[in-house]
Write a protein that binds this ligand. Structure first.
Ligand code: DX5
Ligand code: ZN
Length: 216
């Protein structure tokens, strides 16, 4: 909680023709790590990309953390692929049907940070049995599956709830964070801001990052 605020640009919002160039720019502006959204067309309606994207990003940017968000109904079938591609952190959703505990344990055993996320409508209580197995919790502050949506402010109460229930790991927030909403997210306890449109769609992303750091 006293840690430095982390800014994680979400690659989903980068121009697909110029991802490398745009990511480089965000890192030069002071972003800390990269957030990569994997969507399977089943857990969420959209499909994005697979391990090839993670591998290319890791090769291009080997010295930063690659935070891979698996919006997949069957993540257990793909965890090894993303580890081999170079992910540093793998986040799965608590709503998936598989063995959530087993997957979190496995991700850690393989030397990565294990993350757990939840949809806006899922209660934070669902996470409680898994807290000791999580290095990060990613609160979805919009419905997963699409960039550029409006933040749902009530979801941020989950940050407070988790701290009150003894969670000690990193609190990350994903969706609808921009220059206007970042203050609220930080005040509620967000330690990692995942920002797609709020950075890549901003005329002045360097200023957004600078201002976020001033708030925190
Ligand atoms: C949404 C993704 C987010 C997305 C956020 O399902 O998990 O990472 O990129 O995009 P913005 O910041 O535009 O809401
Ligand atoms: Zn995401």
């Amino acid at each position: 909680m006293t840690n430095r605020l982390q800014i994680a640009p979400s690659v989903l919002a980068a121009d697909p023709l110029h991802i490398g160039r745009e990511v480089k720019m965000m890192l030069e502006f002071g972003a800390d790590l990269l957030h990569v959204d994997i969507m399977d067309g089943h857990f969420v309606p959209n499909v994005t990309y697979g391990r090839g994207m993670v591998k290319a990003l890791k090769k291009g940017f080997p010295n930063i953390v690659h935070d891979v968000h698996l919006m997949m109904s069957y993540p257990e079938d793909h965890i090894d692929d993303f580890i081999e591609a170079g992910a540093d952190e793998l986040t799965i959703h608590v709503e998936v049907a598989g063995d959530v505990e087993g997957m979190l344990r496995y991700i850690r055993e393989r030397g990565l940070k294990a993350g757990l996320s939840l949809r806006p409508k899922t209660s934070a209580e669902e996470l409680l049995p898994y807290l000791p197995l999580c290095d990060l919790i990613m609160i979805m502050s919009v419905e997963p599956g699409l960039g550029g949506q409006k933040i749902i402010p009530e979801t941020l109460d989950k940050l407070v709830y988790l701290r009150e229930h003894g969670y000690k790991g990193l609190l990350s927030v994903d969706g609808g964070i921009n220059q206007e909403t970042m203050g609220l997210v930080i005040r509620k306890g967000g330690e990692r801001l995942i920002m797609g449109t709020g950075l890549f769609g901003s005329p002045n992303p360097a200023l957004v990052i600078e201002e976020a750091r001033k708030i925190s």
